[in-house]
Design a protein around this ligand. Structure first.
Ligand code: MGD
Ligand code: MGD
Ligand code: SF4
Ligand code: MO
Length: 732
């Protein structure tokens, strides 16, 4: 019998409401749910491929154990839990709790309960070594927030903004920022009068809609943003009333951006001065603005400074939501938060325990430096990591794939819950076969929590949704939910779990308050767990469940209340480290550096996301209209100069390594810039440009150029050379 069931897609953070046609217990079609609010029935090709993903014949239906000879045999999940618990206990006994680490990758988007229960296991073991993908993503956002301070009244939604500024992000493809349905929101906002400014070396799908596209050289965002501040000061466009009451450091900031004259910025960033003037004029004339920062601006070094300068522009221009305005982060599934028209001053950004043993890197508000995880595994001595629970795909996701692979091979115990045999799973001692999204219930809570610290996630209205499990796993499969791995291992080890850290970790102000103590004798159901997590929510799970289309809970909408009369906090416009970094940039002999670099590595490599794929996930699912390989995109003028034709196999060489890819023409790029998406490629030692694509992380190092706090290595604006491969025998 065919039925249509409502759910939401969790393949990316947009969480689009969907209708799933189910026939004989199998999903056969997915379409956008037009009755759901906000999204207008939007889905992308990935969401519509959910039936193919669930029917993938290569899906894991049983957990696997790796034998000493490298072969894999099926193992029951119950026995796997016992063996993992025993090995873990032995490792902790010999090396202490710090030898056990957790890496949380993008499976958190799919299974929001995972980080909560995994974090609880780490807490019970007593290990502080929890890493996330966040410090290889946009750690600058949180750190800049701590250095600058936070406006407790929040931001303006794009629909109500005179100007929207997007730095190094492409929401039309990534659906990060201005989700839900960013394409429609951006179009509607522009129709309503919002002027869009995009800073991106590529005329992306988003930039193509911009009023002003600053197509600057990658890696020069700080230069451009400092140049915009310079012009705002020159135009006397400071919001004096806001600045006097709420900030400090304006004179130092003004001094620090003084050398970033339009002429200097235009030359250094390779842009037309008029374009910079036009963008500054829009910012100077705007009363309200919505800012968004993507991965492009945090991957090309100076990531924290880029985010900090964006905050400074917003504060100098008074672009924050004022008293009486609609609060764009009203809680639904979290405890109530009352937004106030006042700042929270700067707070400690880094230097928390645990100490990292590698390259002086630090634990920060953005979390432990994941760029140091491989070295924490490979470096002998006290504190060496011996066991890793891994919910992502480091072999594809971490810069320096070969080093990452070596590190994972060095572990005594690698456990990964997954649905496919990834490059990381191939190395795991235990691969735990898990349920897929349509087989598990979920709420929107985790995205709401993440959206507090990171404006690219979550909703700007009090929206929430719940989905039940729609499908049963395939007959005969032995699959568990991701969170059950962590719960059951704890049970086998006789540990008591209590959940607190996971939500707190995203932002102190999202704190759940009291810990949730899990019953370790009687395993809770996933539904019990979701309900417990919403125990102190503004709207309880029972109410959210009544709305299968999801709902905007208007009753939860907050408005910004007046400032406390005794509020003395101020936003910091001139943090020492940030001002010093601006000075370092000005002192750089950028033309000299470029001249010497251009001899051997004349092109700059930048990352980008593709609409049909999500990072390294689901690469070869039959029937999924997927993109098997990732072409390297070059500007037509570079193709001509290098005597390369679209379709040729080319070698991309960096100071660190070489990969092969298929060349494609892209006239949207700035000449001299090439673009290659990550998450593709064969094993770290092979080439298969046409079938598996190119693994860009073979071109990157973690210990050459990196952020001194977060360890975020240079992942964009990477100097490379490209040449045609004449005899591409290895091209598959
Ligand atoms: N060079 C370069 N490197 C990058 C980036 C870049 O732009 N350039 N981007 C960085 C960024 S922003 C991020 S967030 C990280 C991402 O880093 P990761 O999160 O480590 O990588 P993903 O490819 O997203 O891995 C997701 C994993 O989820 C698994 N998975 C898929 N479906 C399911 C499921 O239903 N259940 C379970 N349990 N698992 C599932 C997949 O098999 C895969 O192993 O990569 C970073 N690395
Ligand atoms: N379809 C799809 N959606 C995804 C993902 C996916 O793989 N596929 N991944 C998800 C993940 S993990 C994340 S973190 C988000 C990321 O979301 P976004 O940050 O929006 O990611 P991208 O679409 O890659 O956009 C990055 C942009 O930065 C530009 N850029 C590169 N270097 C620079 C620079 O130095 N300065 C400036 N100003 N721009 C630069 C690139 O040209 C590109 O257009 O997307 C998420 N959504
Ligand atoms: S944008 Fe695509 S992948 Fe993301 S939630 Fe929506 S349908 Fe799923
Ligand atoms: Mo990411």
């Amino acid at each position: 019998m065919t039925t249509v069931k409502r759910s939401f897609c969790r393949l990316c953070a947009a969480y689009c409401p969907i209708e799933v046609t189910v026939d004989g217990g199998r999903a056969i079609a997915v379409r956008g749910n037009k009755r759901a609010p906000l999204y207008g029935g939007y889905t992308c090709p990935k969401g519509r491929a959910l039936p193919a993903l669930h029917a993938n014949p290569r899906r894991l239906t049983h957990s696997l154990k790796r034998l000493p000879d490298g072969s894999r045999v099926p193992i029951s999940s119950a026995l796997a839990m016992k063996e993992i618990a025993a090995k873990l206990s032995s490792i902790i006994e010999r090396h202490g709790p710090r030898s056990v680490a957790l890496y949380i990758g993008n499976a958190v988007t799919l299974y929001p309960t995972t980080p909560m229960v995994a974090g609880a296991l780490m807490g019970a073991i007593g290990s502080p070594m929890s890493f996330t993908a966040g410090t290889l993503d946009q750690p600058g956002i949180q750190i800049a927030g701590a250095l600058h301070g936070i406006w407790l009244g929040g931001r303006t939604a794009i629909e109500n903004a005179d100007v929207a500024l997007i730095v190094g992000g492409n929401p039309l493809i990534s659906k990060q920022h201005f989700a839900q349905n960013p394409g429609r929101r951006i179009t509607d906002s522009i129709a309503g009068g919002t002027k869009l400014i995009v800073i991106d070396p590529r005329r992306t799908e988003t930039a193509a809609r911009a009023h002003v596209h600053i197509q600057g050289r990658p890696g020069e965002d700080a230069t451009i943003l400092a140049g915009l501040l310079h012009l705002i000061f020159a135009a006397n466009a400071v919001d004096d009333a806001f600045v006097d009451l709420n900030t400090e450091g304006i004179y130092l900031l003004r001094e620090a951006v003084a050398p970033f004259t339009p002429a200097y910025v235009a030359d250094r960033a390779g842009i037309d001065r008029n374009v910079l003037d036009e963008a500054a004029l829009l910012l100077c004339n705007a009363r309200t603005a919505a800012f968004a920062s993507g991965t492009g601006s945090t991957m090309s070094m100076h990531g924290t400074l880029n985010c900090y300068l964006q905050l400074c522009i917003q504060s100098v221009r008074g672009f924050w939501a004022r008293e009486g305005e609609r609060f764009t982060r009203s809680r639904v599934t979290l405890p109530r938060f009352v937004p106030k028209a006042q700042p929270r001053g700067p707070f400690q950004a880094w230097g928390f325990d645990p100490q990292i043993r590698i390259r002086g890197l630090r634990n920060s508000v953005a979390g432990l430096p994941t760029g140091a995880l491989a070295e924490e595994i490979l470096t002998p001595g006290d504190g060496q990591i011996r066991a890793l629970f891994c919910t992502g795909n480091p072999v594809k996701a971490f810069p320096d794939s070969a080093l990452t692979q070596r590190a994972l091979e060095n572990l005594e115990l690698l456990v990964t819950p997954t649905v496919e045999l990834t490059d990381t799973a191939v190395l795991a001692h235990y691969v735990i076969a898990t349920k897929m999204t349509l087989e598990t219930p979920a709420t929107t809570q985790f995205q709401e929590a993440v959206g507090i610290a990171h404006p690219g996630y979550g909703w700007e209205v009090p929206y929430a949704a719940y989905t039940p499990a729609l499908l049963s796993p395939p007959a005969g499969a032995d699959v568990i939910e991701d969170w059950q791995l962590f719960y059951r291992v704890a049970q086998e080890m006789g540990l008591q779990l209590s959940i607190s850290a996971a939500i707190d970790a995203t932002n102190a102000s999202a704190s759940q308050g009291d810990d949730i103590i899990l019953d370790m004798a009687m395993e809770p159901s996933s539904e019990d767990l979701l309900a417990a997590l919403l125990d102190r929510a503004v709207v309880k799970l029972a109410e959210i469940r009544k709305h299968p289309d999801g709902r905007v809970f208007g009753e939860a909408q907050e408005h910004v209340v007046p400032r406390d009369p005794d509020c003395s906090d101020r936003l910091q416009l001139a943090d020492d480290t940030m001002i010093d970094e601006l000075g370092d940039i000005i002192r750089e002999d950028y033309s000299g550096l470029r001249r010497s670099q251009e001899v051997i590595f004349p092109l700059l490599l930048v990352p980008s996301r593709l609409n049909r794929t999500f990072n390294s996930m689901y690469r070869d699912v039959p029937g999924l209209a997927s993109q098997p390989a990732n072409p390297v995109r070059l500007h037509p003028s570079d193709l001509v100069r290098l005597k390369i034709f679209a379709g040729d196999v080319v070698e991309i060489r960096s100071p660190h390594g070489a990969v092969q890819a298929i060349a494609a023409e892209d006239d949207r790029l700035l000449p001299g810039v090439i673009s290659l998406s990550h998450g593709f490629g064969p094993s770290p030692y092979e080439h298969a440009p046409a079938s598996a694509g190119a693994n860009v992380n073979r071109l990157l190092r973690i210990d050459d150029e990196f952020d001194r706090i977060t360890g975020m290595p240079r992942m964009s604006a990477v100097p490379v050379a490209v040449c045609k491969v004449e005899h591409a025998e290895t091209a598959a």
